[in-house]
Design a binder for this molecule. Structure first.
Ligand SMILES: C=C1C[C@]23C[C@@]1(O)CC[C@H]2[C@@]12CC[C@H](O)[C@@](C)(C(=O)O1)[C@H]2[C@@H]3C(=O)O
Ligand SMILES: O=C(O)CCC(=O)C(=O)O
Ligand SMILES: [Fe+2]
Length: 352
């Protein structure tokens, strides 16, 4: 019945917002309208009744905890991240750092099965868990993309989802672990991995953003791909950048997925949807674990908006490009750099 809280509400005392929460079991045309509105206004929304089975999420989370609880020397066996693999503190190739360790995986099953050998003592179990999770979140991403196309009155409703269903899609799965802020100072005294266990409390906000206490886990950026499906444990940390320049914490909800528009979808909707900058802070006392699926196109398909989204009142904002070109630009830049502007019609920068 209740479909969404369509307007983010800024919470009076903690400065958090509630993103629109969209119930996917509600009436389809209502759902698609709310999704479109959220993508136009905030580029972010949460979904509930999303159809991803709880046990699929729990198993994936458990494998992630197990991996990050290993000694550093063992984890390094799955690295370095180039860009896939295990990374700690270094992000990308251009000098970005954060208080985060991560596993970045190509979602191709063959690649997962090979990587698993360096990640888990039971690679078969790890692969099957990861493949199961990817399959479920990909289905969710495709469903959301179809709903978006419907809400935008695009006739070919598979126009976006087709790209991530393609066998050559370059979608990624990223597991991020943000160790607690206080752990570093205690490390020499106590090296127990107990801090990796899922916290017992509910809805913690990483609201400790005064200058003495802030620690950037994953710096400000937009996601380059089509759509991101993010699930986190109940430790806050994600913040989104609103137009007024404020960083606004998003409250964590392990039962929901947080969805955000990527740069490619901004281009494919001819700028109607916005790929919003966000970041993640490490929490003082507890481990944040997030699992992000980035739905990406195959490398050589031309990215252009469907005809319905280009009109004389709204001419093409971006020149056509391929994901291979976009990825090259992305990896040549720093995390916080803006890439989509390089592809604007009026841009004459040479990115080759
Ligand atoms: C510094 C970088 C890391 C990143 C590639 C980049 O050069 C700029 C974008 C970064 C980002 C952000 C969203 C995703 O986490 C990611 C996998 C992606 O596709 O773009 C990362 C890249 C990465 O960590 O490899
Ligand atoms: O951990 C998070 O909540 C955000 C991570 C993120 O933005 C990313 O991996 O691209
Ligand atoms: Fe991101």
């Amino acid at each position: 019945m209740v479909v969404a809280c369509p307007t983010p509400i800024r919470s009076e005392n903690i400065g958090a917002i509630e993103l629109p929460i969209i119930d996917l079991s509600a009436e389809r045309s209502e759902v698609s309208k709310l999704i479109v509105k959220s993508c136009e206004q905030y580029g972010f929304f949460k979904v509930i009744n999303h159809g991803v089975p709880e046990d699929v999420i729990e198993k994936m989370e458990e494998e992630s905890y197990q991996f990050f609880a290993k000694p550093a020397s063992k984890k390094q066996g799955a690295g370095p991240a180039n860009p896939c693999g295990y990374g700690s503190k270094n992000i990308g190739f251009n000098g970005d750092f954060g208080a985060v360790e991560y596993l970045l995986l190509n979602t191709n099953p063959l690649s997962i099965s090979q990587r698993s050998k360096t990640i888990s003592n039971d690679p078969t179990k790890f692969s099957s868990t990861v493949n199961g999770y990817i399959q479920s979140v990909r289905d969710l991403a495709c469903e959301l993309l179809d709903l978006m196309a419907e809400g935008l009155w695009v006739q070919d409703t598979s126009t976006f989802s087709r790209l991530i269903r393609d066998v050559d899609s370059e979608s990624l799965l990223r597991l991020n672990h943000y160790p607690p802020l206080l752990k570093d100072s205690l490390r020499d005294k106590n090296t127990s991995p107990s801090s990796l266990h899922p916290p017992q409390h509910h809805h913690k906000n990483s609201n400790s953003t005064n200058n003495n206490n802030i620690r950037i886990g994953f710096g400000e950026h937009s996601d380059p791909q089509i759509l991101t499906i993010l699930r986190s444990n109940d430790v806050g940390g994600l913040q989104i950048s609103l137009e007024d320049g404020l960083w606004v914490p998003v409250s964590p909800d392990p039962t929901a997925f947080c969805i955000n528009v990527g740069d490619v979808l901004q281009a494919m909707t001819n700028g109607r949807f916005v790929s919003v900058r966000h970041r993640a802070l490490a929490n003082s006392c507890e481990s944040r674990l997030s699992m992000a699926y980035f739905g990406a196109p195959p490398p050589h398909v031309r990215i252009t908006p469907p005809p319905e989204l280009v009109t004389s009142q709204r001419p093409s904002l971006y020149r056509p490009f391929t994901w291979a070109e976009y990825k090259k630009a992305t990896y040549s830049l720093q995390l916080g750099d803006s890439r989509l502007n390089l592809f604007r019609m009026e841009a004459d920068d040479d990115i080759s």
